[in-house]
Write a protein that binds this ligand. Sequence first.
Ligand code: PGA
Length: 229
Amino acid sequence: MTLLIAANWKMNPPPVGFDDPQSPYRPTAGLDVIVCPMTVDLRRVAASGVAVAAQAARPEASGAFTGDLSLAAAKDAGAMAVLCGHSERRQHHGETDEAVRAQVVAALTAGLMPIVCVGEKDGESREEVLKRQLAGIPDDARLAIAYEPVWAIGTGKAAAPADAQAAALLIRQVIGIGQPRILYGGSVTAQNAAAYLAEADVGGLLIGGASLKPAEFSAIIAVAKSISK
Ligand code: PGA
């Protein structure tokens, strides 16, 4: 399995030097690296040779959805993937499990890789939440699933690697496909990245804050390249 390292820049401009020849955001042998810039930056980052994903996109081809991006427009701008159901979209944009499912199905039809984000909030049952969020997500090996416990996102409180592994196994049981790539996300740093990637069923990382710091992201890429699965 080729590991996938996804950088979620959220509502931040591309880090200085993202398009340098030696930039850690560029494609590299033996590892899949995908960057999720703001919508306005998709085309320019893609044009620089970096693989990009949209942070969110609607399934409708066009219409009265002020401020939104369609999957077709994301693809036209150069995206090869799309985050579906990031917890910040669920929280601030009211994206429901049903809406996330529709995005996933439409993304597959459009030829984009959905990176489906799931995870429980503090105090919730991981199993209950994952089963609910994954219900109806199609059984398709082109998917990646990112387990991101909401309490770990941007907080510095990363999940234990053993919990990331337990969640990955649960996801495999629920979704019923042989080899989806399952990522861990939530306060990943250069210090803890290796411990997640060492877990048998963790096939990559979705990284927010640390992905905005080129030196730290570069260290994470080096760690991922040193691990073969
Ligand atoms: P974080 O964000 O790495 O800053 O915790 C992860 C994410 O939101 O995908």
